[in-house]
Design a protein around this ligand. Sequence first.
Ligand code: S3P
Length: 178
Amino acid sequence: MSAPCPHRNIALIGFMGAGKTTVGSLLSQLLHFEFLDTDKVIEQRQGRKITEIFAQDGEAFFRRLESDLCTELESASGKVIATGGGLAVNPGNIASLRRHSLVVCLWASPETIYARVRHQTHRPLLQGPDPLGRIRELLAVRTPAYKNADMIVGVDFRSPAETARHVAASFRLTTPAV
Ligand code: S3P
Protein backbone atom coordinates (compact mmCIF):
# COMPACT_ATOMS: atom_id res chain seq x y z
CA MET A 1 0.00 0.00 0.00
CA SER A 2 1.38 3.44 -0.90
CA ALA A 3 1.56 6.22 1.70
CA PRO A 4 -1.23 8.82 1.57
CA CYS A 5 -0.33 11.99 -0.31
CA PRO A 6 -0.03 14.95 2.07
CA HIS A 7 -2.13 17.56 0.26
CA ARG A 8 -0.51 20.91 0.88
CA ASN A 9 -2.51 22.63 -1.84
CA ILE A 10 -5.57 22.29 -4.02
CA ALA A 11 -5.26 22.45 -7.80
CA LEU A 12 -8.31 23.11 -9.96
CA ILE A 13 -8.21 21.71 -13.47
CA GLY A 14 -10.88 21.65 -16.17
CA PHE A 15 -12.00 23.25 -19.39
CA MET A 16 -12.08 26.97 -20.15
CA GLY A 17 -15.13 28.59 -18.63
CA ALA A 18 -15.69 25.86 -16.02
CA GLY A 19 -15.19 28.46 -13.27
CA LYS A 20 -11.72 27.56 -11.96
CA THR A 21 -10.81 31.17 -11.21
CA THR A 22 -14.11 32.10 -9.54
CA VAL A 23 -14.36 28.87 -7.54
CA GLY A 24 -10.66 28.96 -6.68
CA SER A 25 -10.90 32.45 -5.29
CA LEU A 26 -13.91 31.51 -3.09
CA LEU A 27 -12.19 28.31 -2.00
CA SER A 28 -9.08 30.18 -0.94
CA GLN A 29 -11.22 32.37 1.31
CA LEU A 30 -12.94 29.36 2.89
CA LEU A 31 -9.63 27.61 3.62
CA HIS A 32 -7.58 30.76 4.35
CA PHE A 33 -5.25 29.72 1.56
CA GLU A 34 -3.51 31.97 -0.93
CA PHE A 35 -5.10 32.06 -4.39
CA LEU A 36 -2.93 31.65 -7.46
CA ASP A 37 -4.03 31.55 -11.11
CA THR A 38 -1.42 30.10 -13.47
CA ASP A 39 -2.65 32.23 -16.41
CA LYS A 40 -2.32 35.40 -14.32
CA VAL A 41 1.16 34.50 -13.05
CA ILE A 42 2.31 33.86 -16.63
CA GLU A 43 0.78 37.12 -17.88
CA GLN A 44 2.37 39.11 -15.05
CA ARG A 45 5.80 37.61 -15.60
CA GLN A 46 5.63 38.01 -19.37
CA GLY A 47 4.15 41.51 -19.15
CA ARG A 48 1.63 40.63 -21.86
CA LYS A 49 -1.73 38.92 -22.29
CA ILE A 50 -2.12 35.24 -23.21
CA THR A 51 -3.58 36.22 -26.59
CA GLU A 52 -0.34 38.14 -27.27
CA ILE A 53 1.86 35.25 -26.11
CA PHE A 54 0.01 32.88 -28.46
CA ALA A 55 0.14 35.35 -31.36
CA GLN A 56 3.79 36.36 -30.90
CA ASP A 57 5.47 33.14 -29.72
CA GLY A 58 2.94 30.37 -30.37
CA GLU A 59 1.10 27.85 -28.21
CA ALA A 60 4.14 25.59 -27.67
CA PHE A 61 5.99 28.46 -26.00
CA PHE A 62 3.01 29.11 -23.70
CA ARG A 63 2.86 25.39 -22.78
CA ARG A 64 6.53 25.50 -21.79
CA LEU A 65 5.82 28.44 -19.49
CA GLU A 66 2.96 26.43 -17.92
CA SER A 67 5.18 23.39 -17.35
CA ASP A 68 7.97 25.50 -15.83
CA LEU A 69 5.46 27.08 -13.46
CA CYS A 70 4.14 23.62 -12.50
CA THR A 71 7.64 22.51 -11.54
CA GLU A 72 8.13 25.67 -9.50
CA LEU A 73 4.84 25.07 -7.64
CA GLU A 74 6.05 21.74 -6.30
CA SER A 75 7.53 23.58 -3.31
CA ALA A 76 4.32 25.57 -2.64
CA SER A 77 2.00 25.09 0.30
CA GLY A 78 -1.26 26.64 1.50
CA LYS A 79 -2.33 27.55 -2.02
CA VAL A 80 -5.39 27.14 -4.18
CA ILE A 81 -4.05 26.88 -7.72
CA ALA A 82 -6.40 27.58 -10.61
CA THR A 83 -4.83 26.21 -13.78
CA GLY A 84 -5.35 27.14 -17.42
CA GLY A 85 -7.68 24.72 -19.24
CA GLY A 86 -4.90 23.07 -21.24
CA LEU A 87 -2.34 22.68 -18.47
CA ALA A 88 -3.64 19.30 -17.29
CA VAL A 89 -3.39 17.84 -20.79
CA ASN A 90 0.35 17.38 -20.34
CA PRO A 91 0.77 14.19 -18.23
CA GLY A 92 3.94 15.61 -16.69
CA ASN A 93 2.00 18.59 -15.36
CA ILE A 94 -0.69 16.42 -13.76
CA ALA A 95 1.96 14.19 -12.19
CA SER A 96 3.66 17.30 -10.84
CA LEU A 97 0.43 18.74 -9.36
CA ARG A 98 -0.45 15.42 -7.76
CA ARG A 99 2.79 15.49 -5.76
CA HIS A 100 1.43 18.26 -3.55
CA SER A 101 -2.22 18.99 -4.37
CA LEU A 102 -5.64 17.52 -4.16
CA VAL A 103 -6.38 17.78 -7.88
CA VAL A 104 -10.01 18.69 -8.53
CA CYS A 105 -11.57 18.82 -11.97
CA LEU A 106 -14.49 21.21 -12.48
CA TRP A 107 -16.64 19.58 -15.10
CA ALA A 108 -19.02 21.52 -17.34
CA SER A 109 -20.95 20.45 -20.44
CA PRO A 110 -20.04 21.97 -23.83
CA GLU A 111 -23.32 23.94 -23.80
CA THR A 112 -22.60 25.47 -20.38
CA ILE A 113 -19.08 26.34 -21.44
CA TYR A 114 -20.29 27.94 -24.65
CA ALA A 115 -22.92 30.00 -22.81
CA ARG A 116 -20.20 31.32 -20.49
CA VAL A 117 -17.48 32.09 -23.02
CA ARG A 118 -19.41 33.16 -26.12
CA HIS A 119 -19.03 36.89 -25.51
CA GLN A 120 -15.42 36.71 -24.33
CA THR A 121 -12.40 37.34 -26.52
CA HIS A 122 -9.41 36.52 -24.30
CA ARG A 123 -9.16 32.80 -25.17
CA PRO A 124 -7.20 32.35 -28.40
CA LEU A 125 -8.28 28.72 -28.84
CA LEU A 126 -11.97 29.67 -29.07
CA GLN A 127 -11.77 32.56 -31.52
CA GLY A 128 -12.61 30.56 -34.68
CA PRO A 129 -15.91 30.58 -36.62
CA ASP A 130 -17.49 27.64 -34.71
CA PRO A 131 -16.64 27.95 -31.00
CA LEU A 132 -19.22 25.37 -29.83
CA GLY A 133 -17.85 22.80 -32.28
CA ARG A 134 -14.32 23.60 -31.15
CA ILE A 135 -15.35 23.23 -27.49
CA ARG A 136 -16.87 19.79 -28.21
CA GLU A 137 -13.76 18.74 -30.12
CA LEU A 138 -11.24 19.93 -27.53
CA LEU A 139 -13.28 18.60 -24.61
CA ALA A 140 -13.45 15.14 -26.20
CA VAL A 141 -9.68 15.12 -26.64
CA ARG A 142 -9.03 16.39 -23.12
CA THR A 143 -11.55 14.27 -21.21
CA PRO A 144 -9.09 11.42 -20.48
CA ALA A 145 -6.64 13.93 -19.04
CA TYR A 146 -9.26 15.63 -16.88
CA LYS A 147 -10.28 12.21 -15.53
CA ASN A 148 -6.85 11.96 -13.90
CA ALA A 149 -8.11 14.31 -11.18
CA ASP A 150 -8.55 13.03 -7.62
CA MET A 151 -12.15 14.23 -7.74
CA ILE A 152 -14.50 15.56 -10.41
CA VAL A 153 -17.19 18.07 -9.55
CA GLY A 154 -20.00 18.84 -11.98
CA VAL A 155 -20.68 22.56 -12.16
CA ASP A 156 -23.62 22.73 -14.59
CA PHE A 157 -26.09 22.79 -11.70
CA ARG A 158 -23.95 24.18 -8.87
CA SER A 159 -23.18 27.81 -8.16
CA PRO A 160 -19.49 28.74 -7.69
CA ALA A 161 -20.15 29.14 -3.95
CA GLU A 162 -21.71 25.66 -3.70
CA THR A 163 -18.83 24.17 -5.66
CA ALA A 164 -16.29 25.89 -3.43
CA ARG A 165 -18.02 24.61 -0.26
CA HIS A 166 -18.17 21.08 -1.68
CA VAL A 167 -14.47 21.06 -2.55
CA ALA A 168 -13.50 22.62 0.81
CA ALA A 169 -15.44 19.90 2.68
CA SER A 170 -13.72 17.15 0.67
CA PHE A 171 -10.32 18.71 1.19
CA ARG A 172 -10.87 18.88 4.96
CA LEU A 173 -11.80 15.20 4.98
CA THR A 174 -8.65 14.18 3.17
CA THR A 175 -6.43 16.67 4.99
CA PRO A 176 -7.63 16.70 8.63
CA ALA A 177 -5.26 19.44 9.83
CA VAL A 178 -7.05 22.15 7.79
C1 S3P B 1 -6.40 27.44 -22.45
C2 S3P B 1 -7.15 27.93 -21.41
C3 S3P B 1 -6.96 29.28 -20.87
C4 S3P B 1 -5.53 29.76 -21.13
C5 S3P B 1 -5.19 29.64 -22.58
C6 S3P B 1 -5.30 28.20 -23.09
C7 S3P B 1 -6.68 26.06 -22.93
O1 S3P B 1 -7.22 29.30 -19.48
O2 S3P B 1 -4.62 29.04 -20.36
O3 S3P B 1 -6.05 30.47 -23.30
O4 S3P B 1 -5.86 25.50 -23.65
O5 S3P B 1 -7.75 25.50 -22.56
P1 S3P B 1 -8.72 29.22 -18.83
O6 S3P B 1 -9.06 27.78 -18.71
O7 S3P B 1 -8.55 29.88 -17.51
O8 S3P B 1 -9.61 29.96 -19.75
